[in-house]
Design a binder for this molecule. Structure first.
Ligand SMILES: *[C@@H]1O[C@H](CO)[C@@H](O)[C@H](O)[C@H]1NC(C)=O
Ligand SMILES: *[C@@H]1O[C@H](CO)[C@@H](O)[C@H](O)[C@H]1NC(C)=O
Length: 256
């Protein structure tokens, strides 16, 4: 072997070592892209489970538009540096209690467009860094425990739109000290006593409703009723205006 080839091999080996992302020279999972040392992008890869070989120090993990049905309960124990986890548009039917309890750095979690049916108490326990939680477009999501979000002390944005919620305990929202934006439209609300207290809370906190929905109806009094997509009969007593709401409100809360 000529000295020249030897030198070339050495240089290449050195370059590859330097270019390898993460501590310990972690690799990129075979089917994914790793645009920077802390991002693993496996979106729309037809995955039916989590890919092998995700580097342990990943911070941004993009897994949207796959067919992943579950995440192991210890997933975030392993990936404790995760800040951003996008699981949008998969087939998750449940999040095991405690899955997120050790995710002390997680700031953004997208579980929208999955197949979740309920959000149990303690699901997100201890995720004190979590700022944005997307749970919309889960067509079978009909139960959210009053303490489902307990402990999410930094949570600012919560999306629960276009689920199957007929009721929601007001405590699920009122216990969130940092909440600034909540989306609830497109649910099949049933107007009973529970609903009346939720509605009253929304009226008192209408600044937390998203602007894009609030804008077109500014000046009409009660954005809350429009935001949450109330049915056209069975007005709760808390708002006498509500019963007189014009039918055109329906176009503000598209079902799909
Ligand atoms: C959801 O993911 C599937 C599989 O990748 C894809 O075909 C579909 O277009 C995605 N849906 C949306 C709304 O992005
Ligand atoms: C979603 O959940 C429903 C009801 O629990 C079930 O019938 C359906 O098969 C699920 N779909 C997928 C893609 O997991």
């Amino acid at each position: 072997m000529s000295p020249c080839v030897c030198w070339l091999q050495l240089t290449l080996a050195l370059l590859l070592t330097l270019a390898a992302p993460g501590r310990g020279g972690g690799n990129c999972p075979a089917t994914c892209l790793c645009p920077d040392p802390h991002t693993v992008d496996c979106s729309a890869r037809g995955l039916t489970r989590l890919p092998e070989g995700i580097p342990l120090d990943v911070r941004r993990l993009l897994l949207s538009d796959n067919w992943i049905p579950r995440i192991p309960a210890d997933f975030l124990v392993l990936y404790s540096d995760l800040v951003y986890l996008d699981l949008r548009n998969n087939t998750l039917s449940r999040v095991e209690a405690g899955t997120l309890s050790t995710a002390s750095r997680l700031v953004f979690l997208d579980l929208g467009s999955n197949n979740l049916t309920e959000i149990a108490q303690g699901t997100f326990g201890e995720s004190r860094s979590l700022i944005k939680l997307r749970l919309g477009n889960n067509p079978y999501l009909s139960a959210v425990d009053e303490d489902a979000f307990l402990g999410l002390t930094s949570l600012r944005e919560l999306e629960l739109e276009r689920n199957a919620l007929s009721t929601l305990h007001v405590g699920a929202l009122s216990q969130l000290p940092s909440l600034r934006l909540v989306r609830l439209e497109g649910n099949p609300w049933v107007c009973n006593c529970n609903f009346a207290s939720l509605f009253a809370w929304l009226m008192d906190n209408r600044q937390k409703l998203p602007n894009d929905i609030k804008q077109p109806i500014r000046g009409q009094g009660t954005p809350a009723r429009l935001l949450i997509g109330l049915p056209s009969s069975g007005a709760p007593d808390v708002d006498s205006e509500w019963a007189a709401a014009p039918p055109h409100r329906r176009h503000l809360t598209p079902k799909d």
